[in-house]
Design a protein around this ligand. Structure first.
Ligand code: SF4
Length: 932
C-alpha cells in the first residue's frame, strides 16, 4: 500500500451537477435495514438530499424507523473529529501513526503482547473488524481484543455454540411473517427493533388468530400488541422455560423422535428442569406470576408448532445469560422447532454489525471465521493461512476483565475503536478512571466529543457512516453493503485503513497490504472456506463462494445470507455479476432444518440448566432493582442520535420510571429530580411515575453521557458482575436506592447558540439539540437570590449590543422568574425559572428562535409562558418520523372523534412509518375517552 494514500472505491458521476442514488445500510441496530440515499454531486461536494428505506432490501422493504429516517440530521460536520491528535495537539497522519506505533511497540517490547488490548465495536464494518483481529491475534500475538458486542449478545453466542456447535442463528426474518405465535422474551422490539416489530404487527393484522406473548418485567410498548404479557420477576427467565420443558414432557407434547434422532443430553436437561421447576405452581411462585397465565403460555406453546421465540438483552445481559439462552433453546429442541419456517429460537442482536464481528473473531475467546482459540487444529489452520507463527493461542480478556486489567496496570495500552466504554460499560466510573491512568489510550472515532475520547493520548479521525465502504451482517446472517455516500471529511480515514497503516509501522506490512475493502472481504471469505469440508475441519460459517468476488461485483453485492457455499463464480472478476450469479449467492435462509448440526456428532445438545439468581440482591440499603435499557429514538450513548433535534423530542432527558407506589414510598414527585445510588455510583434523573413498572423495580435508559447531561450516566451505577461463560455484564439487575433531589428551583434555558460545556452552578443539567437552537433543562439545590443578575449571565452570548432588548417577569414571592433577550427584535435566548418542576409545554418556545422579529403577541407569550394567542404548540414529540406532537394528536382526536391509531394516522400521518409510536397514540385515544 502506498504510504498514506487511499484509493477511491468508485468514481462519482462526472457531470457538473447530478443526482444519484446510493444503496447502503442503516448504522444503528442489528435489524440491518437497507437505506436509499439520494445524493447531489457537484464538483468537490456530495450533498445528501433525501434518506429513505431501500424498497428492494429484504429486511425492511422500504421502511425505516425514526432513527433511520433521521440519519441525515446526524451527519453534521461540526461534530466530527477531522484531524489526528497527539497529546491534545492536532497533527497529520504521518506523525500520529508514527507516534502511536512507536509507543505501542515500546510497550510490547517492554511488557510483552498481553500488555496491549483493542476494544472494538459492533459499529465497525466486517472488513475493519477482520484486520483489527488479524493484527492483534495474528501478528501482535495476543487475544486481547474484545468489543461492545460483548455487552449485548455474547450470552447468545455461548448458547448457540453449546446447543448447535456453532454461533449460528437458525432463523430468518421471514419467520416473523410465518409464525403462528411469536414469543418476545427480554425484548422490547417495538422500540429496539421497530421494523421487525412492524412485521409481527402486520402478520397479526393479516391473521388475528396469530399470537404474541411478551415476557418482560416491565409493561413496554411491545405489550401493546400482546395477547399475553408475563411480567415475571427479574432474573427468573430460566425457571419459566425450565418449567415449560417439564410441562411439555409431562403432557407428551415434546417431539420424542426428534430428540432421539437429533439431540444429546436430554435426560440431564429434563432432570435439571424438574429439580428447579417441577410444577406450574412452583414456577408461578418463583416468577411471581399468576399460575393461570403461566399455564396459558405453556398451553399455547404446546399447541402452536410455528412458534418463534425472539430474545434480546433482557435475556443476554445477566450473570446467568448463557443458561437463560439455553433454557429457551432447550424447549425448541424438545419440540423439534429449529430452523423451520416460523419456528425457531431467534436472537435479536443489538449492534448493526455484532454478527460480522462474531464472524471475524472480534471476541477475545474466538479465532477468525468462527474458529476456536483452544482448538489446536484451528490454531494451526489460521497460522498457515495468515503465514504467521505469532497467532494467539490462549483466550484474551473479555470486556469487563479487559478494563479491570487496565485499572490494575496489566494492560498498559488500549486502542478503542468506534465505541464509548466510559459510558456503556458497567461500573463506568472505574472504567473512566482506568483509562485516565492508562499509559497509552488510542481512540479511533468519527466524533470529536465523547467521554472516552476525553481520556485519549492519541485520537484518530475515523470515517463516519456515509463515508464508509464495506459490509455488515444483521441478525438473520444477512451480509449487506454499507456504501459511501460522500467523500471523506477532513483527514478522516476508514478504520481498516488506519489499522493497516499501524500494522505496517509495527512491521507487518506484507500481511496488511490492502488497498480496498473488497480485498479484505475476499481474504475473509477465503478463510471461511479454507480447509472447511465435512471430512476436514467443518465450520458452519462459510462464505467461500464469495472468495473470488471482483471489485465491481463486491460494489454491487446484494443482501446475502450465509452460509454461501455454492461454487458458482463471478462471470469476470471485474464485471457486475449476472442475475444467475447473484441468485447463486443468495445464501441460506434457515439453518439446521434437517436436524443436522455443527457439532462433531452432528447432533444438537440440550444443556442442563440449574437457574441462578442475579449476582447482587436488594437489601435495606439498596431496596429496589435497577433495570437499564434503550429508548425508541436514541442509539447507544447518543454520540450521533443526540445531534438530531427530531430524535430528541420524545424523551429529551434521562428519566427514572418508577411505580406510583414506590414513588410515594420514596417521596418522589412526578417530574421532580431523583438521585439514584448504588454501591458503584450515583446519577440524577427526572421522575416518571409509571404503572408500567412493577413495584420494587425502576428503569433508566442507558443513553446519556457527560456530553448531554450532568450525572446522567446510568452505567456508572451498574454492577460489574458477568456471566462466567459469556462474560456478559448483568446490566438489568443492580440493587439501587433512590431519593428526591431537594431542588430549590427548576429551569428551562433556550438559546440560539449552545452554552456547550460551560459550567453552570446547578445539580441537574440536560443539554438538548433543537431545530433552531439549544435547550437546557436545569435544577439546583442552591437557591439563587438575584435572578436578574443570574439571567444576564446565562442569556448573554458575548456579543451584547446596546440595542439588545430585555424582557423580564419577576414574582419574587412566588419564586417565578422569566426573562428573554432580543436583538433587532429577534429572540436570542429565554429563561424560565420556577420553584416547582416546569410541567407546562415549552415546545413552542423553540419555534420563536426562527430568525424573524417577534410580534407583540409573541413577546407577551414569552413572559406568560403560553403560546401566542391563536397559536397552539404541537407539544412533546409522539411521532418522530413525521414530527407530530402530543397536542396536535389530542386536538385531532377531540375535534374529529378519532377512535383508532389508523384514524389518527390517516389524518396526521403519525404512526404510519415505523409504527413505534402507535402505543403512545392508542394511550392518548384512551385518555381522551376518560371522563374529564
Ligand atoms: Fe436502523 Fe431502525 Fe432499521 Fe434498526 S430498525 S436498522 S435503527 S432503521
Amino acid at each position: 500500500m502506498n504510504d498514506l494514500t487511499l484509493p477511491r472505491m468508485h468514481d462519482r458521476p462526472s457531470e457538473a451537477s447530478s443526482v444519484h442514488c446510493v444503496k447502503t445500510t442503516c448504522p444503528y441496530c442489528g435489524t440491518g435495514c437497507g437505506v436509499s440515499a439520494e445524493v447531489r454531486s457537484t464538483p468537490g461536494q456530495d450533498n445528501i438530499i433525501a434518506i429513505s428505506g431501500d424498497n428492494q432490501h429484504p429486511t425492511n422493504a422500504g421502511k425505516l424507523c425514526s432513527k433511520g429516517s433521521h440519519l441525515a440530521e446526524t451527519l453534521e460536520p461540526s461534530a466530527r473529529l477531522l484531524a489526528p491528535e497527539v497529546d491534545g495537539q492536532t497533527t497529520d497522519w504521518k506523525q500520529a501513526l508514527a507516534s502511536a506505533a512507536d509507543r505501542l511497540q515500546a510497550i510490547i517490547d517492554q511488557h510483552g503482547p498481553d500488555a496491549v488490548a483493542f476494544y472494538c465495536s459492533g459499529q465497525l464494518l466486517t472488513e475493519d473488524y477482520y484486520v483489527a483481529n488479524k493484527l492483534i491475534k495474528g501478528f501482535i500475538g495476543t487475544a486481547n481484543i474484545d468489543t461492545n458486542s460483548r455487552l449485548c449478545m455474547s450470552s447468545a453466542v455461548v448458547g448457540h455454540k453449546r446447543a448447535f456447535g456453532s454461533d449460528s442463528v437458525p432463523a430468518c426474518y421471514e419467520d416473523l411473517d410465518l409464525a403462528e405465535m411469536v414469543v418476545l422474551t427480554g425484548s422490547n422490539a417495538a422500540w429496539c427493533h421497530p421494523i421487525l416489530f412492524q412485521r409481527i404487527r402486520a402478520a397479526k393484522a393479516a391473521n388475528p388468530s396469530r399470537r404474541l406473548v411478551v415476557i418482560d418485567p416491565r409493561r413496554t410498548a411491545s405489550c401493546d400488541e400482546a395477547d399475553l404479557h408475563l411480567p415475571l420477576k427479574p432474573g427468573t427467565d430460566a425457571i419459566l422455560f425450565n418449567g415449560l420443558l417439564v410441562w411439555l414432557v409431562a403432557r407428551n407434547a415434546h417431539h420424542a423422535d426428534y430428540i432421539a434422532q437429533h439431540t444429546d443430553q436430554f435426560d440431564a436437561a429434563i432432570d435439571a428442569a424438574r429439580a428447579s421447576a417441577p410444577t406450574i405452581e412452583h414456577v408461578a411462585n418463583a416468577c411471581e406470576l399468576a399460575p393461570d397465565a403461566v399455564e396459558q403460555f405453556y398451553r399455547w406453546f404446546a399447541e402452536t408448532p410455528k412458534t418463534l421465540t425472539c430474545f434480546s438483552q433482557g435475556i443476554n445481559q445477566s450473570s446467568s445469560g448463557s443458561d437463560k439462552v439455553n433454557a429457551i433453546i432447550n424447549v425448541h429442541l424438545a419440540t423439534g422447532r429449529i430452523g423451520l419456517p416460523g419456528a425457531s429460537p431467534f436472537s435479536l442482536t443489538g449492534q448493526p454489525n455484532a454478527m460480522g464481528g462474531r464472524e471475524v473473531g472480534g471476541l477475545a475467546n474466538q479465532l477468525a471465521a468462527h474458529m476456536d482459540l483452544q482448538n489446536p487444529a484451528h490454531h494451526q489452520l489460521l497460522s498457515r493461512f495468515w503465514d504467521s507463527d505469532r497467532v494467539a493461542d490462549k483466550p484474551g480478556l473479555k470486556a469487563v476483565e479487559l478494563f479491570d486489567a487496565v485499572a490494575q496496570g496489566q494492560v498498559k495500552a488500549v486502542w478503542i475503536m468506534a465505541t464509548n466504554p466510559v459510558d456503556s460499560l458497567p461500573d463506568a466510573d472505574r472504567v473512566r478512571s482506568a483509562l485516565e491512568h492508562c499509559e497509552l489510550v488510542i481512540v479511533s472515532d468519527c466524533m470529536a466529543a465523547t467521554d472516552t475520547a476525553a481520556t485519549a493520548n492519541i485520537r484518530f479521525p475515523a470515517a463516519a457512516w456515509g463515508e464508509r465502504d464495506g459490509t455488515v451482517t444483521n441478525a438473520e446472517r444477512c451480509i449487506s453493503r454499507q456504501r459511501a455516500l460522500q467523500p471523506l471529511s477532513g483527514q478522516a480515514r476508514p478504520d481498516w485503513w488506519i489499522i493497516c497503516q499501524m500494522a505496517q509501522r509495527l512491521g507487518f506490512g506484507e500481511a496488511f497490504d490492502f488497498q480496498h475493502p473488497a480485498q479484505i472481504f475476499r481474504e475473509h471469505a477465503r478463510l471461511s472456506g479454507y480447509q472447511n469440508s465435512p471430512d476436514a475441519l467443518p465450520r458452519g460459517f462459510n462464505i467461500s463462494a464469495l472468495a473470488e468476488i471482483g471489485d465491481l461485483a463486491y460494489e454491487n453485492l446484494t443482501p446475502t445470507q450465509w452460509p454461501v457455499i455454492t461454487t458458482t463464480k463471478t462471470d469476470q472478476p471485474d464485471t457486475v455479476p449476472s442475475q444467475a450469479v447473484q441468485q447463486a449467492w443468495s445464501g441460506t435462509a434457515r439453518r439446521f432444518a434437517n436436524g443436522s448440526f455443527d457439532t462433531s456428532s452432528g447432533r444438537a445438545n440440550f444443556v442442563a440448566i440449574s437457574p441462578r439468581p442475579p449476582a447482587y440482591q436488594t437489601d435495606q440499603q439498596f431496596p429496589l432493582v435497577l433495570n437499564t435499557g434503550r429508548l425508541r429514538d436514541q442509539w447507544h450513548t447518543m454520540t450521533r442520535t443526540g445531534l438530531s433535534p427530531s430524535l430528541s423530542g420524545h424523551r429529551p432527558e434521562p428519566q427514572v420510571e418508577i411505580h406510583p407506589r414506590d414513588a410515594q414510598r420514596f417521596a418522589l414527585k412526578p417530574d421532580g429530580i431523583a438521585r439514584l445510588r448504588t454501591r458503584w455510583g450515583t446519577m440524577l434523573a427526572r421522575v416518571a411515575v409509571s404503572e408500567g413498572q412493577q413495584p420494587g423495580q425502576i428503569f433508566v435508559p442507558m443513553h446519556w453521557s457527560d456530553q448531554f447531561a450532568n450525572e446522567g450516566r446510568v452505567c456508572a451505577l451498574v454492577n460489574p458482575a458477568t456471566d462466567p461463560l459469556s462474560g456478559q455484564p448483568e446490566s438489568k439487575h443492580t440493587p439501587v436506592n433512590i431519593e428526591p433531589l431537594a431542588s430549590q428551583w427548576y429551569g428551562v434555558l433556550i438559546r440560539r447558540d449552545a452554552l456547550g460545556s460551560t459550567p453552570l452552578p446547578v445539580d441537574y443539567r440536560v443539554r438538548i439539540r433543537e431545530h433552531h437552537g439549544h435547550r437546557e433543562l436545569l435544577a439546583s439545590t442552591t437557591a439563587v437570590q438575584d435572578w436578574p443578575a443570574q439571567a444576564a449571565a446565562w442569556l448573554a452570548d458575548g456579543n451584547e449590543q446596546d440595542t439588545d432588548q430585555w424582557l423580564s417577569y419577576d414574582d419574587h414571592a412566588a419564586g417565578l422568574y422569566r426573562a428573554a433577550r432580543l436583538r433587532r427584535g429577534e429572540l436570542q435566548a429565554v429563561l424560565y425559572i420556577s420553584p416547582a418542576p416546569i410541567t407546562f409545554d415549552t415546545a413552542w418556545l423553540s419555534a420563536l428562535l426562527e430568525p424573524q422579529a417577534l410580534s407583540l403577541e409573541s413577546r407577551r407569550a414569552l413572559l406568560s409562558g403560553q403560546p401566542p394567542q391563536g397559536q397552539t404548540s404541537c407539544g412533546a414529540t409522539v411521532c418522530a418520523c413525521f414530527g407530530v406532537g402530543r397536542n396536535t394528536i389530542v386536538d385531532a382526536i377531540n375535534e374529529h372523534s378519532l377512535d383508532s391509531a389508523q384514524a389518527v394516522g390517516a389524518m396526521l400521518k403519525a404512526g404510519t412509518n415505523c409504527g413505534s409510536c402507535v402505543p403512545d397514540i392508542r394511550a392518548l385515544i384512551e385518555e381522551a375517552a376518560l371522563p374529564a
